[in-house]
Design a binder for this molecule. Structure first.
Ligand code: 5GP
Length: 114
């Protein structure tokens, strides 16, 4: 299978502005930000989307969410708030088939989302 753009970013074959990395996840700024702060938290394991995750990924998914909260705090969003988004499949507008959690913040979010 061809590498996703996120695998290339993680392998440093494509550039990105990293804000966090450990052995399991990487976080970098989105190339097309939809809010003043828009960062993607990506598991290094290329799970295509949350619907494809299995019991085996339980710990990794917990780590992903905890790190998203940690990164959001590091970006100064803890007190103002932020939104975490995971798009799954066509109706959600999923564009990159490599699981990722969006951190969006720095402005008031709308509900329901568009
Ligand atoms: P999705 O719609 O799949 O949830 O979100 C994919 C996200 O990846 C989009 O917000 C898009 O702007 C971002 N993205 C796509 N290509 C690149 C890239 O090459 N670099 C970075 N940093 N973000 C990207």
């Amino acid at each position: 299978m061809a590498k996703t753009i996120f695998e290339k970013i993680i392998a440093r074959e494509s550039p990105a502005r990293f804000v966090y990395e450990d052995e399991l996840v990487a976080a970098f700024h989105d190339i097309n930000p939809q809010a003043p702060v828009h960062v993607l938290v990506v598991p290094k394991k290329p799970i295509p989307r949350i619907a494809e995750a299995t019991q085996e990924d339980k710990e990794l998914l917990g780590h992903l969410l905890l790190k998203a909260a940690e990164v959001a705090e590091k970006l100064g969003l803890k007190h103002t708030g932020y939104r975490l988004v995971i798009n799954n499949g066509p109706d959600a507008g999923e564009a990159v088939p490599h699981l990722h959690c969006h951190i969006l913040g720095g402005r008031r979010m709308h509900w329901p989302p568009g």
